[in-house]
Design a protein around this ligand. Structure first.
Ligand code: BV8
Length: 240
């Protein structure tokens, strides 16, 4: 790391599918990624849910079953961020695009799932938000309002507004260090955060990824390699 971050400084960390790859969860756009097997237009848009809800529910049931049956574990990349949150005197916030629960399993607390969470569902009829580890079907009655056809995965589909955007931009305004880990920089507004922090003020920006993302040239510093190796090494230097 080629700059000194004030130890009381605020660190905002954006994570993507790449940080969970070594825990056995597919990424989206890598060779054999999720979007090489299914079209996002068919499973991750509100239009798809209107058109063929069973197809959409099936897509998320399969990913939810992978989380609840295979119980993937956090890898050294996740664990290093947990150590950073515990030992860094200043504020540490994880803004993740991931809908898995590996940051929680690693015992991070300050986490925003800007694209939602796979182990939660909500009802379009009564807006209840529930923890959910089972399969979900169009005729599953809502445990609160008992209506059917309203329950959907608590995830942000393309064309929908990401979650907690105000809190995220407030943190980006306050950031002294912005780290981006395991994301290809294809999906907005997350892919625009590196430009946003530089408009807000003096913030050091670092990309930690297997290979250069679409936004690589926007970062002051770039470190390439598997998250399980480069993230612990970077955190060691930060806490040194
Ligand atoms: C919105 C949830 C308005 C569901 C997801 C501007 C320009 C162009 C388009 C747009 C734009 N603004 C908006 C859009 C439209 C759209 C968009 O960005 N489209 C793209 C495809 C062009 N955005 C939206 O619709 C968003 N909504 O904009 O609302 C708005 C905006 C601002 C404020 C208010 C309102 C909503 C987008 C959310 C969609 N939902 N997921 C689900 O998971 O099923 S997005 C989905 O892609 C995932 O959440 C994922 O996180 C995200 C990004 O993918 P990555 O995580 O980056 O994964 P990827 O496979 O691409 O890359 C993996 C990376 O890891 C690679 O770089 C690889 O090298 C690296 N890697 C691999 N292994 C490792 C590794 N790194 C380290 N170690 C390893 N071992």
């Amino acid at each position: 790391m080629n700059v000194n971050i004030d130890k009381e400084g605020t660190i905002v960390i954006l994570t993507g599918a790449g940080i969970s790859r070594e825990s056995g969860l597919d990424t989206f756009r890598c060779k054999d990624g999720i979007w090489s097997k299914v079209n996002l237009e068919d499973v991750a848009t509100p239009e798809a849910f209107m058109r063929d809800p069973d197809m959409v529910q099936g897509f998320y049931n399969a990913r939810r079953a992978q989380l609840t049956n295979e119980r993937p574990k956090p890898n050294p990349g996740h664990l290093a961020l947990a150590r950073l949150e515990k030992e860094w005197p200043g504020r540490v916030l994880i803004v993740t695009q991931n809908i898995d629960d590996l940051h929680e399993q690693a015992s991070n607390e300050n986490i925003i799932h800007m694209h939602g969470e796979l182990l939660k569902i909500r009802c379009n009829h009564c807006d209840v938000l529930l923890q959910w580890e089972e399969e979900l079907h169009t005729n599953t009655p809502c445990p609160k309002c008992n209506e059917t056809g309203g329950l959907r995965p608590h995830v942000v589909w393309f064309g929908e507004v990401p979650l907690e955007m105000d809190t995220i931009y407030e943190a980006l305004e306050d950031a002294d260090l912005f780290m981006s880990i395991g994301t290809s920089g294809n999906v907005y507004p997350a892919a625009g955060f590196v430009q946003a922090v530089q408009q807000f003020g003096d913030c050091h920006t670092v990309e930690l990824n297997l290979d250069p993302s679409n936004g690589a040239t926007s970062f002051a510093e770039t470190i390439y390699g598997p998250a399980s190796e480069v993230v612990p090494a970077f955190v060691d230097k930060l806490l040194a």
